[in-house]
Design a protein around this ligand. Structure first.
Ligand SMILES: Nc1nc2c(ncn2[C@@H]2O[C@H](COP(=O)(O)OP(=O)(O)OP(=O)(O)O)[C@@H](O)[C@H]2O)c(=O)[nH]1
Ligand SMILES: [Mg+2]
Length: 286
């Protein structure tokens, strides 16, 4: 993405409308949606005039600043640090919910927090086993039932266990296979009721996990889930596998919900807290 932008800026003879047009194209090609691209170009056009930007370096620095401002939220960029904390992981099949739980748990443990998992994806036995593997890796106990059990019952038990063991953070896995929106809504409502009833003193996060490699699909999933659940954050996974990092910018621009984490690999350490300024800088290789 950056090399395309740099090509446009540094190879054009002048900073003019033609350059802005080519820049617009480069942004759209890097998976930044039309609306967000227009916002960036409008802002740049006006900044070039008012700030009298007349070198490629100045234009590049300005784009970086525009993008960084665009994706910075006023608050809620960080995971809540009010404990006890219950985190619900939601998202479609294969997005990276279970893997991200493992990574978040590892990060929290390194910060000295105690963590517990609830195996709320009871759809298939393999999901519970996969979570247990992550539990072992990260040193986190797993509360589980049998395959096919009621996820809310698992969460109920996990809450009792978390209270009894004075756990800081309980992270709940969920199934990515809920057939339709109504189904998903009912299931989430039920889980939320259990959490609110059994653990009113806990703070809560609902993290939507999205696969960056699915591009525009990730945007429509964010819309869908946003209508169904009270999201507090997004985990954007598989950014290591895609050249289209522009999706981060579109998501951050188009949704009130902050991107809190990005996934950059399959390992336990391959999770980063999302830092808009650092992200914009990294985009341009500074
Ligand atoms: N390269 C890469 N792979 C990832 C990342 N996050 C998850 N994966 C892989 O994506 C696949 C699916 O991840 P899961 O964590 O099982 O996804 P899930 O959302 O729990 O899926 P279901 O349980 O089927 O709903 C696994 O092979 C993960 O290793 C990431 O940031 N980078
Ligand atoms: Mg899973």
């Amino acid at each position: 993405m950056v090399s395309k932008i740099e090509d446009v800026i540094f190879q054009r003879p002048a900073i003019d409308e033609d350059m802005l047009e080519e820049l617009e194209e480069a942004l759209i090609l890097s998976d930044i949606g039309m609306d967000t691209t227009e916002k960036i170009i409008e802002q740049l056009r006006s900044d070039i005039k008012t700030e009298k930007l007349d070198t490629p370096e100045a234009v590049k620095a300005q784009i970086e600043k525009i993008i960084s401002d665009l994706i910075t939220k006023e608050e809620g960029m960080k995971l809540s640090d009010q404990y006890p904390l219950v985190i619900l992981m939601i998202g479609v099949n294969g997005a990276g919910k279970t893997t991200s739980m493992g990574k978040i748990a590892h990060m929290l443990k390194e910060q000295g927090r105690s963590v517990m998992f609830a195996a709320g994806d009871t759809f298939r036995a393999a999901a519970i086993e996969q979570l247990e593997i992550w539990g072992e890796r990260a040193g986190v106990p797993v509360i589980k039932h049998q395959e096919g059990a009621d996820p809310s019952a698992v969460i109920y038990d996990a809450i009792q266990a978390a209270k009894a063991r004075d756990i800081d953070v309980l992270i709940c896995d969920t199934a990515g296979r809920l057939q339709n929106k109504r189904n998903l809504m009912n299931e989430l409502e039920k889980m939320n009721k259990v959490i609110e009833r059994e653990y009113p003193e806990a703070s809560k996060e609902t993290l939507l996990v999205l696969d960056a490699a699915t591009g525009k699909n990730a945007i429509s999933q964010a819309k869908e889930f946003g209508e169904t659940a009270a999201l507090t954050g997004i985990v954007l996974t598989k950014l290591d596998g895609t050249a289209k990092g522009g999706i981060v910018i579109t998501l951050a621009d188009q949704f009130d919900v902050p991107v809190k984490f990005i996934g950059v690999g399959e390992g336990m350490d391959d999770l980063q807290e999302f830092d808009p300024e650092a992200f914009a800088e990294a985009l341009f290789g500074n």
